[in-house]
Design a protein around this ligand. Structure first.
Ligand code: PMT
Length: 400
């Protein structure tokens, strides 16, 4: 039986953790051992946790009676460590590496994957300190189950409500299965992501608003499924998740060359927003504002189309699965389907630029998944969920 060490910290969402324990045990046959923080004990009692988990509850770092089950042993006793609810405080402690109670010490001592289900007021969630901590923890490989938007216990509205117990239980199950099965083990994947930059002169360039978030999420999900992943990254603000190989390439030509060097591969995903055009000649000096001229003309030439080059490689070297993206402002399905054929991609993940907020640099995405046989509209999800769903399809493709 798989085991979860569940840390319950002090938030009103602690009541949902009781249902989470029940679901993990009954629906997924995963056993749960609970750690309750001092703040958490104001919201749920050790008695309820013991009754549901069928195990004793741990709270005290210095308990003389728990000596035979010290914090190091406890931190390694499960397949996964989950913090639900994860308050701003415990998230900050983990990001900073503090260990001044049983829960924070376990989180630092564990050698198992850690999952956080944040829960807090919207302002606390959106505070740059919390967001920095989340980015830092994600880059170290911590799994974050994004909080939902809606009415909050404090009476305000917005993001910060802990995800539902069914969502958390399903994610825990997926992670536990993934940890053990690694269905893409032995396969090599190349992912392009981020924005390309085409230099105009020493200080100016042509680029776009891609953050690299969607591509890095896919890379992370592929790596989690066991693939050997290399990201070819244009400009991005994302701190690469731990353990991912990253090659930096700013222009379209650099990106193409970097991809070609990494071949052969089994999977190619082109999530980068690549400039279609570049300057025919990059100027070696900064363009001056000359008196008397109100117009400036730049000559652009077409860039190579990276995904089309990869898609049209001869069969012996072409990755078995080539996945393109399509960012459209109109006629989503017909434009994306045309791109799939022209670029010889197996699949295209099509997204409207306006959804209605701009998809570039957004945390969420609504996509249409297009294959030779079908066109599926996927519901609005965060980019990590889109990545997980895409990777589930990739796993199915290679099973066949
Ligand atoms: O990075 P984020 O902020 O998370 O945003 C994600 C995203 C919107 C950038 C992503 O979901 C996306 O749509 N990426 C593709 C953007 C794009 O360039 O779309 P396109 O329709 O112009 O290109 C179609 C496909 O051809 C893409 O796979 C693109 O990578 C590829 N291409 C385009 C031009 C070129 N010269 N070479 C290419 O390989």
């Amino acid at each position: 039986m798989k085991k979860v060490l569940l840390i319950i910290s002090g938030g009103i969402a602690a009541y949902k953790s009781l249902e989470l324990i029940r679901l993990l045990k009954q629906s997924y046959q995963i056993s749960v051992r609970c750690v309750l923080t001092e703040a958490g004990s104001h919201f749920v009692t050790p008695l309820s946790l013991t009754a549901l988990s069928g195990d004793r509850v741990f709270s005290d770092l210095f308990s003389p009676t728990d000596e035979q089950f010290g914090h190091i042993q406890l931190s390694r006793s499960a397949d996964l460590v989950v913090v639900a609810p994860a308050t701003a405080d415990i998230i900050a402690k983990l990001a900073a590496g503090l260990a001044n109670d049983l829960a924070s010490t376990l989180l630092l001592a564990t050698d198992k994957p850690v999952v956080l289900a944040p829960s807090m007021n919207v302002k606390m969630w959106e505070h740059p300190a919390t967001q920095d901590n989340i980015i830092r923890l994600s880059s170290r490989g911590t799994h974050i189950i994004q909080p939902e938007e809606g009415d909050l216990a404090c009476g305000e509205q917005g993001a910060g409500r802990m995800a539902g117990p069914e969502v958390i239980a399903a994610e825990i199950n997926r992670l536990i299965v993934g940890i053990n099965l690694k269905p893409l083990k032995g396969l090599k994947a190349i992912i392009t992501t981020g924005a390309t930059q085409e230099m105009i002169d020493p200080v100016r360039y042509i680029s776009n608003h891609s953050s690299g978030r969607q591509g890095y999420s896919i890379a992370e999900s592929l790596a989690f499924a066991g693939a050997d992943v290399t990201v070819v990254s244009g400009k991005t603000n994302v701190i690469p998740p731990n353990g991912l190989k990253v090659v930096h390439a700013l222009s379209a030509i650099d990106m193409l060359q970097a991809c070609e060097k990494l071949l052969p591969a089994d999977i190619f995903v082109g999530a980068a927003a690549v400039a279609d055009w570049r300057l025919d000649k990059i100027l070696s000096q900064k363009i001056k504002k000359t008196a008397g001229t109100d117009k400036l003309q730049l000559n652009l030439v077409k860039n190579p189309d990276i995904i089309s080059v990869i898609g049209h490689l001869r069969d012996t070297i072409r990755p078995k699965l080539v996945v393109g993206f399509a960012a459209e402002t109109d006629d989503l399905v017909s434009n994306a389907s045309r791109k799939r054929l022209e670029k010889n991609c197996n699949w295209v993940v099509a997204n409207f630029v306006y959804q209605p907020e701009n998809v570039f640099d957004n945390t969420h995405n609504t996509v249409t998944f297009i294959t030779e046989k079908a066109t599926e509209s996927w519901p609005r999800m965060n980019k990590k969920q889109v990545a997980d769903r895409l990777v589930a399809r990739i796993v199915e493709f290679f099973k066949k």
